[in-house]
Design a protein around this ligand. Structure first.
Ligand code: SF4
Length: 305
């Protein structure tokens, strides 16, 4: 049973009201932009802006399985990382506008394709509307809800997320505010991420797969290694090790797939590919700490040209 189906209508209504309120007052992310439009993250007032509804086979194996994850890529993001690999969607805000009922219809279409879950990718700004759509089709959603986020959620929003989600694909981009201040709009990113990790620890989420190895509940912490920011990645590994020692159950997704994009093309530190030796320093530390999960290879020394 997914977390959504365990909520009564009254409980779900209360969460919707809370999420709507956060959005109305512009307090749904740490930027706290206030209630005016245009919103910092690109969120629109009426409807939900979505870049694509897609059956996705690129998530970690127990998430994508053989039928794929049911990904919903929302437009806009308030973190505005200068190196964003997904910038046409997250920063240029590309996408189509869907009413709540149209959104629900698209979720039904994904479910008809037997996806293993519904994977909400960067949905913070639309959480209230998404929950309204889910409420209208809740009996048909029998798969886990995946919350796929940038790691800097406010405590108020994350409280709601913890109640409706089964699986977390949770980025930890920086462990200290120094690199966060250089590279993203959420200058206190590290403080936010630690608060969310504390809340995940409190929830005591256990890893749970079904008989066929499809993830039903669990936390995957993802980290993308950046060129010239290896010390920052090592700080992230150290932070995750502290949480591991405190009892946080997670698997890691360590990623080597960086390529210079968006504003990184003008950034002298980021305007190159990752070197194998840099990546291996981080991968060795993940290994030393005994993190279970998926550590990508970086086989070839990249072609600088
Ligand atoms: S998520 Fe968007 S709308 Fe909500 S507070 Fe942040 S910037 Fe404003």
């Amino acid at each position: 049973m997914n977390s959504l189906s365990l909520l009564s209508d009254v409980e779900l209504d209360a969460l919707i009201e809370k999420a709507d309120d956060l959005f109305k007052n512009g307090k749904c992310c740490p930027i706290k932009c206030g209630g005016k439009f245009p919103r910092f993250c690109g969120a629109i007032e009426e409807g939900i802006k979505v870049a694509s509804f897609a059956v996705h086979d690129g998530e970690e194996p127990p998430v994508s399985g053989w039928n794929g994850a049911g990904n919903v890529f929302f437009s806009g993001c308030s973190a505005k990382c200068v190196f964003c690999q997904n910038w046409p969607i997250s920063q240029e805000n590309n996408g189509g506008i869907y009413s709540i009922s149209e959104f629900a219809e698209h979720i039904i279409k994904l479910l008809a394709r037997k996806v293993h879950n519904i994977n909400l990718v960067t949905s913070d700004q639309y959480l209230g509307k998404v929950l309204r759509a889910f409420k209208s089709i809740r009996n048909e959603i029998r798969v886990p809800i995946v919350y796929n986020c940038n790691g800097a959620q406010t405590e108020e929003l994350f409280e709601i997320i913890l109640k409706i989600s089964d699986i977390f694909l949770f980025d930890v981009k920086y462990a200290t505010n120094g690199p966060a201040g250089e590279l993203c709009a959420i200058k206190k990113y590290a403080d936010c991420v630690k608060k969310c990790l504390d809340m995940l620890l409190e929830r005591q989420l256990k890893w749970e797969e079904d008989d066929l190895g499809i993830l039903q509940k669990g936390l995957i912490i993802r980290h993308l290694v950046l060129p010239n920011y290896i010390e920052s990645s090592i700080e992230v590994m150290n932070l995750l090790n502290e949480y591991k020692k405190r009892g946080l159950e997670f698997k890691i997704g360590l990623m080597s797939q960086y390529f210079p994009a968006y504003k990184a093309l003008e950034n002298p530190k980021l305007n190159r590919q990752l070197h194998k030796e840099e990546y291996n320093r981080v991968a060795e530390i993940a290994d030393k700490y005994g993190f279970d999960g998926w550590i990508q290879d970086l086989e070839e020394e990249p072609d600088e040209a």
